[in-house]
Design a protein around this ligand. Structure first.
Ligand SMILES: Cc1cc2nc3c(=O)[nH]c(=O)nc-3n(C[C@H](O)[C@H](O)[C@H](O)COP(=O)(O)O)c2cc1C
Length: 176
């Protein structure tokens, strides 16, 4: 695979009691970022507010995991996920993310909220090879749409083979 020169290969970490917080509108545009988020991502508040959350997207992250995330939160469900993010300078950092929908006083969904904590190293060791396999499927497909469909099917199958009924259950089990 070609070397991605926008990546530094340097891993960033944060404290076990830190929480990286962001809020978005319904399209995933960032409406709030806390100081921990600014610190670890290397972006200023001005750069993040109004930007799509994909500003952090790391090429090692399979698209099918984001499909799972969007499918679930759009229906009002919470989602737990392991995500590798790209900092502004090309460093990366792994997070254990919890994403939930936000509602206004009338009960209308108005956006999303995400809290991220330090993941357990054992959980990342489980997730990394799975993500590499999924990414391989996505990158060898004829186009992006087919790649996501095929890797999503592989994700569902792998989860089933491991004895879980959803990605969330797998994530919750390996995070304990
Ligand atoms: C509340 C919330 C938080 C998100 N956090 C991240 C994140 O930390 N990193 C990331 O790459 N994508 C995150 N996403 C998903 C992005 O919106 C996007 O789907 C993903 O980066 C894939 O980008 P793409 O659809 O342009 O390929 C988040 C979405 C929401 C709604």
């Amino acid at each position: 695979m070609a070397i991605d020169r926008s990546l530094s290969n340097v891993e960033r970490t944060f404290q076990w009691d830190d929480v990286i917080v962001s809020k978005t509108d319904l399209t995933g545009k960032i409406t709030y970022a806390n100081d921990v988020f600014l610190g670890i991502s290397g972006y200023t508040e001005e750069e993040l507010l109004g930007a799509p959350h994909s500003i952090l997207r790391h090429p090692a992250m399979p698209r099918c995991v984001f499909k799972f995330l969007w499918d679930r939160i759009a229906l009002g469900h919470e989602v737990f996920a392991y995500v590798i993010n790209r900092a502004k300078n090309g460093d990366h950092y792994w997070v254990f993310a919890h994403v939930t929908p936000c509602y206004d006083q009338t009960g209308k969904m108005v956006g999303y909220h995400s809290n991220r904590r330090v993941p357990k190293p054992e959980a990342i060791a489980t997730v990394k090879p799975l993500y590499e396999t999924l990414l391989g499927i996505e990158n060898s497909a004829a186009d992006r749409k087919q790649g996501v469909e095929q890797s999503f099917a592989a994700l569902v199958k792998t989860i089933g083979d491991l004895g879980f009924d959803s990605y969330d259950r797998l994530v919750m089990t390996i995070s304990r």
